[in-house]
Unconditional design. Structure first.
Ligand code: DGJ
Length: 764
């Protein structure tokens, strides 16, 4: 084909690659365009297009979602219909116009679509029929917040544009607003829905998804993050097949087991290239994320609060907001998808003074002492930590009364003065005098039997009167759906923290929620309890983080059971897993990085043999893995040999020197521990001047072959000085220079060096 022949789009020098109608007419380009004649919405920026239209019936038909397309007055060719016998027809005699076969934006139940819907409600007459049709729309600069819920945001109006489309079914008395925010610089679209009862009501919502997307084919693999306690967020991939495939949580928190995320990737999509759609829910409770493939190979993705155990009553004039779901498109492979999530979640979901600040190096006393400590022991550990360069001392579980093991104590939040004679204030001041900051563990959603809270407020515990609630880790869940409970805890925690120089809080949550019955809710409100619990949790986080804006919050739920975007809005980092073994952490951190930025992953060097699985790894390997996270130590530093102390001091110094790069650089996964005996990843500074590569060999191989890793994200035209690092991150081997192109194309030669065969297993 000759240049300029039909089919070739040639870009004239100095012109933008994509021309919109407005640009053709000379007006300001808008990333969200409405073409009135074809009633088509085109949400687009330089990398993504999302197109749908108002159909003749008033329903919203999905036309395209993917790589950016030039804007056109219409995209009607993408509206696929074919006459199909036996279909339910919207217009009598037109058997090509069936909601059963039309790809839709927010499908409902009973009005012709036979798939699982986005919205399912029961109206006052018992009907479940909902037929939502277009009323109006607005396009506004910026992004409105979602009342009471975490969400991505825009700092300047120019960063994002929001389309709101209003749909209504007057007979049902239901109005739905669909919100779509397109970020100007990112291939990311944030969506949520607001459902209102505009009739006599009440309307009962049984399913209200945040996002629905009908994709025209099913040639995808579904990627999900699965696991269990201490092996969270392993990467699992399976081809889509006809029928429903889903991940979910019914545990009251987002869970160790599945993360509120799924991706659909083309089978040839890998880390570095290929097409993938990511879907991530900004929510911390029960969720459902599913792909439903119909017999015509249309794939419907839905994501939102899990409909099981959910029933929300809307009275006249009331509205319900779903949580936000964020869709990301990448044609640069899985790394491209992850980097978009990292950038968006790190800079426009996380908030507060700690968002852009490098995180302090901490020592946490949990694996060092468990419950067996007193002030003297802690101060000895702290003195050693300080001597090694550590900045923050975190006092974990066990500092309050009746807490010598995990059978008692939760709920009263009174300092055990037998352990800390000067209280939290006295202890914190001693740390401060040493030059260390003070951090504190709390678990404010729980109560143990036998505490004052338990005895005085039995109705504040989630349970059904007359039925024994079931303990887990010997504890019970407080009813955060009851505003009185949230208010009480706010006041208790405020009083506890007030006047104490606390720099950091680790907020733990150590069980799944059972017995989700609220004594405060009444019969009609029980279906709302689990969502109201999460709203109460968010409210408490919001109040505490607003009252103590200088405190760095780290969320935690028996390790990583609530590692989700909702939590990141309040706490910019999260304890990634209770598994502190370096080799297990390779998988956990690799999987976590599919969605979450390195700065959000709490990662500690722990003792060996490792407390979760007895494995012995070198101090160097443990630090080399933990460096790629919010770095710290969680072992008895006083037990280190002189050589160990020297190594830790060097590691801390190295980390401090490079933490901005490690925590905020562009993170690339290079080699997967799920597929290989080696793992590798790297982080690159925004100016592409500096990069750090983590390269890990799991099991040694006798007489092994040669190995190179192809790096990524470098400037191909630059010369880089390559410094191999060994124990204590000290330079080892001869530095040399290599071109960015060479390192990315030919690869970094890793044969030999620190991976000499005599070093044993688990080296890096
Ligand atoms: C579970 C957390 O994940 C641990 O780090 C530790 O804080 C314990 N809870 C304390 O009970």
């Amino acid at each position: 084909m000759k240049a300029g022949a039909p089919g070739v789009f040639r870009q004239a020098p100095g012109f933008p690659a994509f021309l919109t109608d407005q640009q053709e007419k000379g007006s300001t380009p808008m990333p969200i365009v409405f073409h009135p004649q074809s009633r088509t919405f085109h949400l687009h920026n330089a990398s993504i297009s999302y197109i749908f239209k108002v159909l003749p019936s008033g329903h919203l038909g999905q036309l395209y979602c993917g790589k950016a397309l030039r804007d056109r007055p219409d995209f009607d060719r993408l509206f696929e219909t074919a006459p199909r016998s036996m279909s339910v027809c919207y217009f009598d005699g037109d058997d090509a116009y069936s909601l059963e076969h039309i790809k839709q934006e927010y499908p409902t139940c009973g009005a012709g679509d036979m798939h699982l819907p986005a919205l399912d409600a029961q109206m006052p007459d018992g009907s479940r029929l909902l037929d939502l049709r277009y009323q109006k729309h607005t396009v506004t600069p910026g992004k409105p917040p979602i009342e009471g819920l975490p969400a991505t945001y825009a700092e300047q109006d120019s960063e994002a544009t929001t389309l709101t489309v209003t749909l209504a079914d007057p007979l049902a008395g239901v109005t739905v607003k669909l919100f779509y925010t397109l970020f100007e610089q990112l291939p990311a679209l944030a969506r949520h829905a607001e459902i209102a009862c505009t009739g006599q009501g009440p309307v009962q919502l049984d399913r209200a998804m945040s996002l629905c997307l009908d994709l025209p084919d099913s040639g995808y693999e579904m990627v999900e993050l699965t696991g269990a306690w201490a092996r969270e967020r392993h990467v699992t991939t399976r081809p889509l097949a006809e029928g429903v495939q889903a991940v979910y949580s019914l545990r009251g928190h987002s869970s160790h087991h599945f993360n509120p995320f799924l991706a659909l990737k083309r089978p040839d999509c890998g880390e570095m290239a290929g097409e993938v759609y990511g879907f991530s829910l900004v929510y911390s409770g029960n969720f459902l994320a599913q792909a439903d493939v119909d017999p015509y190979h249309v794939t419907r993705v839905t994501m939102g609060i899990h409909p099981q155990n959910f029933r929300w009553t809307l009275r006249p004039g009331e509205t319900f907001s779903t949580p936000e779901a964020v869709m990301v498109y990448s044609d640069r492979g899985l790394n491209g998808m992850s980097q978009t999530y990292h950038q968006l979640y790190r800079t426009r979901l996380a908030r507060g003074v700690w968002r852009d600040k490098v995180r302090p190096v901490l020592v946490n006393n949990w694996e060092a002492t468990y419950f067996a400590f007193n002030e003297e022991k802690l101060l000895t550990l702290a003195a050693q930590a300080k001597a090694l360069g550590i900045e923050l001392f975190v006092l974990d579980d066990g500092w309050f009364t009746h807490r010598s093991n995990d059978h008692g104590g939760l709920g009263d939040w009174e300092v055990d003065t037998a352990k800390l004679p000067g209280g939290l204030k006295g202890f914190a001041e001693k740390l401060n005098a040493m030059g260390l900051q003070f951090g504190l563990w709390i678990e404010p959603e729980m109560v143990n039997a036998g505490t004052r809270m338990w005895d005085e407020h039995p109705d504040w515990v989630l349970h059904q009167p007359g039925r024994r609630p079931q303990p887990s880790r010997h504890q019970y869940v407080l009813d955060y759906s009851n505003p009185d409970v949230v208010d009480f805890l706010y006041r208790r925690l405020e009083a506890l923290l007030d006047g104490v120089p606390v720099s950091y809080i680790k907020w733990d949550m150590n069980r799944s929620i059972s017995d989700a019955f609220s004594c405060a809710a009444g019969p009609a409100g029980q279906g709302e309890v689990l969502h109201r619990y999460i709203l109460g949790l968010y409210r408490l986080y919001d109040r505490l983080t607003s009252r103590f804006p200088q405190i760095l919050f780290e969320s935690c739920a028996s390790g990583g059971a609530r590692f989700d975007p909702g939590m990141l809005y309040y706490a910019p980092q999260c304890w990634t897993s209770d598994d502190t073994d370096a080799v297990e952490r390779l998988k956990i951190q690799y999987g976590t990085s599919f969605v979450y930025p390195v700065s959000s992953m709490g990662a500690h060097v722990a003792a060996v043999p490792n407390h979760q699985l007895d494995r012995v790894t070198s101090l160097t390997t443990r630090a080399n893995v933990a460096f790629f996270g919010a770095f710290g130590y969680e072992l008895d530093l006083t037990q280190l040999s002189p050589r160990g102390q020297e190594l830790v001091a060097r590691q801390v110094e190295f980390f401090k020197q490079h933490r901005r790069l490690l925590q905020f650089g562009a993170f690339w996964r290079l080699q997967s521990p799920f597929a290989h005996n080696e793992a590798a990843w790297m982080t690159v500074s925004p100016d592409r001047e500096t990069a750090l590569v983590g390269d890990y060999l799991i099991l040694q191989q006798v007489n092994a072959g040669y190995r190179r890793i192809r790096l990524a994200g470098l400037d191909p035209s630059r010369l880089y000085r390559v410094t191999p690092l060994g124990s204590g991150a000290a330079p080892c081997g001869q530095p040399y220079t290599a071109g960015g192109d060479e390192l990315m194309q030919a690869g970094l030669v890793t044969t030999g060096g620190s991976q000499a065969q005599h070093e044993g297993d688990f080296v890096s």
